[in-house]
Design a binder for this molecule. Structure first.
Ligand code: GLN
Length: 280
């Protein structure tokens, strides 16, 4: 027998692998029981059925081995949208919501337009943007066919008709005649020697979504150079990057001829998104 309160007390065993052990165990248990976290606090003495206890113990054991919570539950919320997640893509992060927020500010007075999300992964950025801008057409591309099918699955589950997901290595598969009013990307930007790659969730995410050559700047450089040919006059390009890369990324924006270049911070106050536009 195991009660809800007893299950939650197992959080202590997650301290070596997680910064948020209590939250992790609450989310795992809520997922197994298909209840929300408030329910767990309302019914601490209720007994888990045998089937629920077994599923919880199996999920807990995976988490204890360090597997990301999102891979165990197969889901992660982004911009309040429930997204399916698997090991073929990056797990959406709250920092990336900052990029969505900025894209919405820039398009506030435009009821329609065309947007492109490069390296869409789960579709997080494209789907969040599309859900807030129903009059816009959003293209979501990824080099990985598995990522594109996951993004498409999420698009369908959210019922967003204004998003088109397709396979493309950055701009290679985008029609050369296409023009976008805004281009968004969270590309790989970690240097391959970064010790952070050996810790936590990133160990279970595809390296192709995390690591880029030239100290993490190679893909950003590639995108910035080519995006010029795909932006409408006055169009904006927004790129997520590492918190130490703001200056380097602004320099690339300048050398590619963009204007109104600024770097914005994430929720932790660290440089995270740089944007620039093409003069109208
Ligand atoms: N922000 C992620 C991390 O540092 C990396 C995401 C990315 O490379 N685009 O864990």
């Amino acid at each position: 027998m195991m009660t809800v309160a007893e299950a939650l007390r197992l959080a202590a065993k997650l301290t070596p692998i997680s910064d948020t052990p209590r939250l992790d165990v609450e989310l795992l248990l809520a997922w197994v029981l298909q209840k929300n976290r408030t329910w767990l606090y309302t019914w601490p003495e209720s007994d888990l059925s045998d089937a629920h206890r077994q599923r919880f113990e199996a999920a807990f054991a995976r988490r204890r081995r360090g597997e990301p919570l999102a891979h165990i539950t197969g889901q992660r919320e982004f911009w309040s949208l429930p997204l399916a997640v698997n090991s073929s893509t990056l797990i959406p992060r709250p920092d990336t919501e900052r990029l969505v927020e900025l894209s919405l500010l820039l398009t506030e007075s435009s009821p329609s337009g065309a947007a492109l999300d490069l390296g869409t992964g789960t579709g997080a950025i494209a789907l969040a943007f599309a859900s807030e801008r129903p009059g816009w057409h959003v293209s979501a591309v990824d080099v990985s066919a598995a990522a594109v099918s996951l993004a498409e699955q999420n698009r369908e589950a959210l019922g967003l008709p204004n998003v088109k997901c397709f396979t493309s290595h950055w701009f290679d598969g985008v029609s050369p005649d296409a023009r976008f009013d805004i281009i968004l990307s969270n590309p790989p930007y970690i240097a391959d020697a970064d010790p952070h790659l050996n810790e936590g969730d990133v160990r279970f995410e595809p390296r192709s979504a995390l690591v880029a050559a030239q100290d993490g700047l190679a893909d950003i450089e590639h995108i910035l150079a080519r995006a010029r040919n795909f932006l409408s006059p006055g169009g904006w390009l927004l790129i997520e990057h590492g918190w130490t890369q703001g200056e380097a990324v602004r320099a690339i924006f300048r050398s590619c001829g963009y204007q109104s270049i600024t770097t914005e911070q994430d929720l932790g106050g660290r440089d995270r998104v740089t944007l620039g536009c093409l003069s109208p």
